[in-house]
Design a protein around this ligand. Structure first.
Ligand SMILES: [Zn+2]
Length: 263
């Protein structure tokens, strides 16, 4: 499921770029490219509540510890907020990190860190998401190479991309142009990536409680999803033959639109 999540995240950000261009706020190309990579990485992040997921293995013992904490927090949140219609469950997988408040909090937190934390905060956010983007988009290659190589690639690309974005007119001030608002946009691909992940899960598994804590009937963790016949298995022919090519076509067309090729 990793590659499909990442690819849908990148495509979603390119589509945002096309819309922004249509609305008269075109992204400079570094914002488009870096945002797509951040969104590709962020689209793996909600599975930090599952120890077998890419993200939980991506940063060695650090991410395994984070996974334990997040899973515990998610499980505790589930137990303390469930209504009578929500079943009992033994772990936190696909609960708290698969909701819109989590997506918004994570994005807002990263935006605040980038605005108030300066260059090192931006570098840290870029590093984490570049490593995830590599793991997600190049998963075959990432699997045969060592973790350390992927971290080196993440660190160097984060450093270079921050330099490119920092050049005047090159993207750090996209959409938020006032002094002190540089990199405020960086939370947007992070929110979008998390939401795209939830949509993907809703389509492939038995729903995703994205609306929590809004109650639906006797449930607060209602698994939102399409009717059964519209769901497909991860790795099935629908994903390989229909969705993946569609992401490439939509993503490519969006990127051209975002860069103003059609106007
Ligand atoms: Zn998930």
């Amino acid at each position: 499921m990793g590659p499909a999540h990442s690819l849908s995240g990148a495509t979603a950000w390119l589509a945002v770029g096309a819309v922004a261009s249509g609305l008269g706020d075109p992204m400079p190309w570094p914002t488009l490219v870096v945002g797509a990579l951040i969104c590709a990485g962020a689209a793996l992040a909600p599975d930090l509540d599952h120890q077998a997921a890419t993200i939980s293995r991506a940063f060695g013992p650090l991410s395994r510890l984070a996974c334990k904490i997040i899973d515990g927090l998610a499980h505790a949140t589930y137990r303390s907020t469930r209504k009578t219609g929500d079943p009992r469950r033994s772990g936190g997988h696909r609960t708290l990190t698969h909701t819109w408040p989590w997506a918004v909090l994570l994005g807002a937190g990263c935006s605040a860190a980038a605005v108030y934390g300066g260059r090192w905060a931006v570098l840290a956010i870029l590093f984490v998401h570049m490593v995830l983007a590599v793991e997600g988009l190049l998963w075959r290659q990432a699997r045969v190479s060592s973790d350390v190589l992927v971290w080196l690639l993440g660190a160097t690309s984060a450093w270079m991309l921050a330099d490119v974005l920092d050049d005047p007119g090159n993207g750090k001030a996209w959409l938020f142009t006032q002094p002190g608002q540089h990199y405020l946009w960086i939370g947007m691909p992070i929110v979008l990536g998390a939401l795209v992940h939830c949509v993907g899960d809703a389509l492939t598994v038995s729903g995703c409680p994205i609306l929590w804590p809004i109650p639906i009937g006797r449930r607060r963790w209602y698994p939102v999803g399409p009717p059964k016949f519209m769901r497909f298995r991860a790795g099935s022919w629908v994903e390989v033959k229909v969705l993946t090519p569609a992401f490439f076509v939509i993503g490519g067309a969006s990127a051209l639109g975002a860069l103003g090729v059609f106007s």
